[in-house]
Design a protein around this ligand. Structure first.
Ligand SMILES: NC(=O)c1ccc[n+]([C@@H]2O[C@H](COP(=O)([O-])OP(=O)(O)OC[C@H]3O[C@@H](n4cnc5c(N)ncnc54)[C@H](OP(=O)(O)O)[C@@H]3O)[C@@H](O)[C@H]2O)c1
Length: 255
């Protein structure tokens, strides 16, 4: 089944309150992004169980951390993730970073096996270059349906976007608010003031309006959660997009 993700999705790194997750689901979020390294899969799972929305309507994604990428650890740690999440399947399982125990020939077949057994629906990768993605594609039987990478107005790897469009996978944009740096930028501030919206909404509208990209802003308050969802429906003009495209790159938050 093809991976279909909504325009605005939820990053959960740092969320420690299950009710924040439950509220997010109840106001409309359908794709939740967690990871073993965030140590909050139990919180996300508890939030899912508290929300009055059927499991089948949700896309739950988690990531295997770099030190658990030996084949036996992929299986063990994924089973532990499922336990913490209280689920019998995750919809999307990522290789979190291609470092440490990552050995493509050994790691990736373990993902195929989990998929063949129905423990995961889709295989994703995160922080992969195009060359690393191509190598992984050749080894895996499963299609890679997403590459999750840092993307915001101050950091854009357009080669990854072009490649994602050609290949047909989704580019999931992490830290889409540059962890709050969007609020200090005069270009985003100018567009926000002209439209009477926030800099966060400008950044999310810019990302969500880019074909092939879906942002996963992390938010915990209801106000932020709602404002970010609204941003998915805001269409920037070509001129506004060009102003944002013209913002100089400042480099990555995450190396
Ligand atoms: N694959 C990877 O290696 C990787 C790396 C980093 C992140 N990620 C994923 O990407 C997700 C998002 O990235 P991130 O957490 O680094 O940062 P982010 O989403 O760019 O920014 C989150 C910050 O923005 C605030 N915020 C959210 N909406 C707001 C709004 N409408 N107005 C004002 N402030 C707002 C949040 O505050 P409140 O919490 O107070 O609402 C939080 O402090 C993570 O949660 C994680 O799922 C993945």
């Amino acid at each position: 089944m093809e991976l279909q993700l909504p325009e605005i999705d939820l990053g959960t790194m740092g969320i420690e309150d299950p009710d924040a997750i439950a509220r997010a689901i109840e106001i409309g979020y359908r794709h939740l992004d967690t990871a073993q390294i965030y140590e909050n899969e139990d919180v996300v799972g508890e939030g899912i169980s508290r929300a009055d929305v059927p499991r089948e309507e949700l896309t739950v994604a988690t990531k295997v951390w770099a030190d658990d990428l030996a084949p036996e650890d992929v299986r063990r740690s994924t089973e532990e993730s499922l336990d913490r999440l209280g689920l019998d399947r995750v919809d999307l399982l990522y290789v979190h970073r291609p470092i440490e125990a990552y050995d493509p020939e050994a790691t990736l077949p373990a993902f195929d096996e989990l998929r063949a057994e129905g423990l995961i629906e889709h295989v994703g990768v995160s922080n992969f270059t195009t060359a690393q993605f191509e190598e992984a594609s050749e080894i895996l039987d499963s299609p890679i349906t997403a590459n999750q990478v840092e993307r915001h107005p101050f950091y854009r790897e357009d080669d990854l976007l072009e490649y994602a469009r050609e290949d047909g996978h989704t580019l999931v944009a992490y830290s889409p608010l540059a962890q709050g740096k969007v609020f200090d930028d005069p270009v985003l501030g100018g567009i926000a003031a002209e439209r009477g919206i926030s800099e966060a909404q400008v950044s999310l509208a810019w990302l969500a309006g880019t074909d092939g990209v879906v942002p996963i802003p992390k938010a915990s308050s209801v106000d932020h959660l709602e404002a970010n969802l609204v941003a998915g429906g805001i269409e920037l003009t070509r001129e506004e997009r060009a102003r944002i495209d013209g913002i100089g790159e400042e480099g990555k938050l995450f190396e």
